[in-house]
Structure formats: C-alpha cells, structure tokens
Design a protein around this ligand. Sequence first.
Ligand code: ZN
Ligand code: ZN
Length: 134
Amino acid sequence: MTDYIELLKKNDLKATIQRTGILKSIDNAGHFSIDEIYEDVKEHYPTLSLATIYKNIILMIQQGVIVEVPINGEKSKYELKKDDHIHLICKSCGKIKDKEITKEKEQILSIENFQITNAQINLYGICKECQSKI
Ligand SMILES: [Zn+2]
Ligand SMILES: [Zn+2]
C-alpha cells in the first residue's frame, strides 16, 4: 500500500487527514471523479465538504501528487501521479484501464522539434466485459 503521508511530505504538503483520505479513495478506485471521491470520503469523514475536497485536489494537482484525467463529454477523473500511460476508456460502462507505454514509447513520444514533458493519451472503446454483453 502506498504511504500517503510520505507521498504528501515528499511533495511539500502537510499530511492532513483530509488529504490522506482523498488519496486513499483515489488510489483504491484507480480513477475517480470529484463526486465519487466525495461519496467515498464522506463515509469516513462526514464533516468534509465538497468544497474542501475540491480545494485539496487542486492543491495536490499543483504539487504533482495527483493528475487530472479529462474525459470527453464527462467530468474529469483524478488519479495518483504515475508514469505516462494510455487510458482505455469504455464508452459503455465508463471504466478506465491503465495501459503501460512500453516498447512503443520512444516511437509514440518522439516528435521532431517538440520536447514532450508529459503525456496523456485517451483511447475510447468498449471494454472486454461490455463486449461480452453485446
Ligand atoms: Zn465497459
Ligand atoms: Zn490512469
């Protein structure tokens, strides 16, 4: 399990109960929208408001602890910062899977006269579970 206290400190953030709660919630889910985080965190910390969660998320994005994942036509999701990877997003159930960028990395991420600092690649389709329901 990730040490959220250490993770926050490493990125110059005080480890508050709210922040570790939010990180734990996101980490367990993989990718979570603000509403999903709120619903989840509320169970353990009923006094926590949506505004407080939002403020903490913005702060943790600025400090590089979490990353926003914008999704076409939907609310953004958030995830813990990881190596660059591809998102496989199911248009039917909305599930997001991470796919590592492995051997193609150099080819995909090498563009002339453009220095890439970070990459977010979203692929939309139908996941395996939903395919079997058709
Ligand atoms: Zn699906
Ligand atoms: Zn991801």
